[in-house]
Design a protein around this ligand. Sequence first.
Ligand code: AMP
Length: 217
Amino acid sequence: MNIILLGPPGAGKGTQARRLVDERGMIQLSTGDMLRAARKSGTEMGKVVAEVMDRGDLVTDEIVIGLIEERLTGDQGAGFIFDGFPRTLAQADALGELLERLGQKLGCVIEMQVDDDALVARIVARSTCAQCGESYNDISKPIPADGKCAVCGGTEFIRRADDNEESLKQRLMEYYKKTSPLIGYYYCKGTLRRVDGLADIDTVAAAIGEVLDRDCG
Ligand code: AMP
């Protein structure tokens, strides 16, 4: 079953996607992670997108659709979780066409609903373990007092370059201008489901699990 996790930056899409990978053997396709990997490896495309990402703007549809297309023909696991993609109507149309061409379906689109003030507070406080990607938050889930990641024991933690108040505002603006129309788009297609993204991580995971088991495609 293929699903989309839809929601503004900081809604918890990545955290929930990783749980679905661990618990259900699904495959996470995060265009944000793919773009960060491209910029880290210094490819031409990586250089082009670095500045755009740091500003909080969206990378071109052509680039992200290309990245997704490359991955769709690989291992499909128990289905794909599209995390941070699609972010525009053009990307949504392209995804529909790609899936159709591959004879695959989109089960459902899960909108993670959150409050804007909570998002800003969440994002400026978040960090991840450099080794295993476990997420932490200075307020709700601080790094353990011994300075070691609770999952892998790693001692290096990173904050994203675009997790500052200025680029966050721009990312939110991009979300409302270009991505939020997808809520209506998928509602009309009959695939939209909603969960409260402000609840604690386990409660959100349970709500998503229930949608997947009972009401998704
Ligand atoms: P994320 O990790 O999903 O928050 O994405 C980080 C940044 O990568 C975004 O602010 C955009 O600059 C870029 N990006 C990620 N996914 C997309 C996408 N589907 N379309 C355009 N830009 C994207």
